[in-house]
Ligand binder design. Sequence first.
Ligand code: PLP
Length: 392
Amino acid sequence: MFAQRTNWPLTPNRLSVAVAERRSQGRPLLDLTESNPTRCGFAPEAQEILKALASEEALRYEPDPRGLLAARQAVAGYYAERGVALSPDQIFLTTSTSEAYSYLFRLLADADDQVHTPRPSYPLFDYLATLNDVRLSAYALRYAQGWQLDAASLAACLTSRSRAVLVVHPNNPTGSFVRRPELDVLVEYCRAHGLALLADEVFADYALAPDAQRVATHAGVSEVLTFTLSGLSKISALPQMKLAWIVASGPPEVLSSAVKRLEIIADTYLSVSIPMAAALPRLLELRGSLQPQILARLRQNLSQLDAILGPRSPITRLLVEGGWYAVLQIPSIRSDEAWCVELVQGEGVLVHPGHFYDFPTEGYLVLSLLPPSDIFAEGVTRLARTIETQVS
Ligand SMILES: Cc1ncc(COP(=O)(O)O)c(C=O)c1O
């Protein structure tokens, strides 16, 4: 009765069973996977947010496939601050980056065409691809005192069905940004093979240190057809608002064809509500109050993590350039999932196993850096104790 694309395994894995058991027993759980900013104890400007939602514009309906002009102008202003001048015509509002991916997969790929994605990366890509009949093939990010794009593995992805290359900037969960020489490789690859470049920049404002080689944004890429995705869920830490966007850029001829087609896709759904679009300029401005709080939390949790692990720990914290996650390399004397189950059952600490993010081998755990610092420190202390006592 159902489509093959929805044929997901629905049996819960060992980790979710262990979490459900613990919760059903009413026992506390230190959740170090929590990355919902509305649950992490930040102080948003509540009155200002509510005021932004009460605009008079919400009372009129002038549908525009790209979304309200004033909202797109505000998005263009955001990129102007990053040194890229955009026309509002290059911008399409969507309800989420997930929806933006659907639009772009539908624009670029027929059934079974391929999009090349980084590995490790964001688990939702598999679902988004399946739902849009697209196949993913992974190119590797490799770690050697920092994460780098493996150009040879990207080259090896190429088939006659390749349609686009996706980068996440900075990547979730590795926290690595695309650097200038890597962008040169990506652009040349896309140009040579007629592919589009998709850049997910939802975490781009959360860089922990400057890097002169870092690409500021992909929104100004003009050599190949490029779609840059971002939105309020991370930039303004307002995932509940459901507002994101696509910036289209590239050589004029192909760009013009792309935006005409994208306009029809967007016009088919007209999915962004006017009250939300009208609120966007103010909600985008309000990032100025939440981003410093989040950056302070990320830095504090990272330094607590390093202090708790110490230099002789068998656990290594991998370099994080930005974003909301940290990756730990751990002894693979058992599977990552087995470690995670033991942490839930024995210590009441929840972290993600590396395979959740498609790490190619065992030996990795992923932590959110967003939880309140006391919870984070206690959770990491218990995690380190569990692993260290079993390894020594
Ligand atoms: C890489 C990446 N892109 C997109 C999103 C989600 O964005 P949205 O809420 O706009 O769908 C996330 C959420 O964690 C993410 O990690």
